[in-house]
Design a protein around this ligand. Sequence first.
Ligand SMILES: N[C@@H](CCC(=O)N[C@@H](CS)C(=O)NCC(=O)O)C(=O)O
Length: 274
Amino acid sequence: MSVYLYHHHVSVCATKSRLALEEKGVPWTGELIDLRGSQQHKQDYLSINPFGLVPVLVHDGRVIPESTVINEYVDAVFEGPALRPKDEYKLAQMRVWTRMLDENVHAAIGVLTTSIAYRHVPQHRSQISNQIDPYKKTRKVSSFDEGIENPHFKTAIKRMDMLLAHIEEALGGNGPGQAMAGGGPDYLLGNYTLADLNFAPYMVRLDCLQLQFLYENRPRVAAWYERIKARPAVQRAVFDWFKHDESWTGLMKQQGDSVQPRTRELLAEALAVS
Ligand SMILES: N[C@@H](CCC(=O)N[C@@H](CS)C(=O)NCC(=O)O)C(=O)O
């Protein structure tokens, strides 16, 4: 059996799929893609994934892109602890969480990261110029060129605030709305599932960018995040890989600290507008 992952040591989506493999205990190998060198936009890589994105899983020669799809596949085909609920209703609830991540939480975290940190790396500008998806390119260019004052920043931080409000409510068991009720107290659906796992790298990213104030008044979110960080698979899939090149997380911390007072203000301004 061969399990091969094209990934990147810090990328949230790639981390997400490493995490699924580690939680399941699947032996895997892989290759780090040089994102800032635009390796993902070269013909060799595009012939594997025409979207020019990591991660991509290759299982016995079969190619699967998209981290959410990869993670469901990994849970379905490999032995190890189940990461999806057996109950179909809970499975549907899990997919509501993982879908909202793909729909706009991922875009929001990209805007926050580029606006705060990656804009300080000139090479990142050429990576952005080569982006294949035009929506993503527009957001990223604006984030790079204008930093945290770009119009997408307030939208992004407001979206992350909304997400954490929903998670706080879900862990309390009563929502958000009837659609998401019945979760908690430890994890979003009771037991640890892909709903929690898929968000883990995004929580870590908020931490890296010094945006912990988003959950300073959300005790259930804070405890949930601590619970997630304590999982050995999270150590292996997330923090051990950060050591590969700590300049990435170092930059996020340094720039995150320096703009934190303004990011707090921008959140307050965004929340004041309905
Ligand atoms: N929906 C995709 C998103 C993948 C994605 O945006 N990957 C980023 C890293 S988190 C990437 O490869 N960026 C390189 C680039 O855009 O040039 C997934 O979940 O796999």
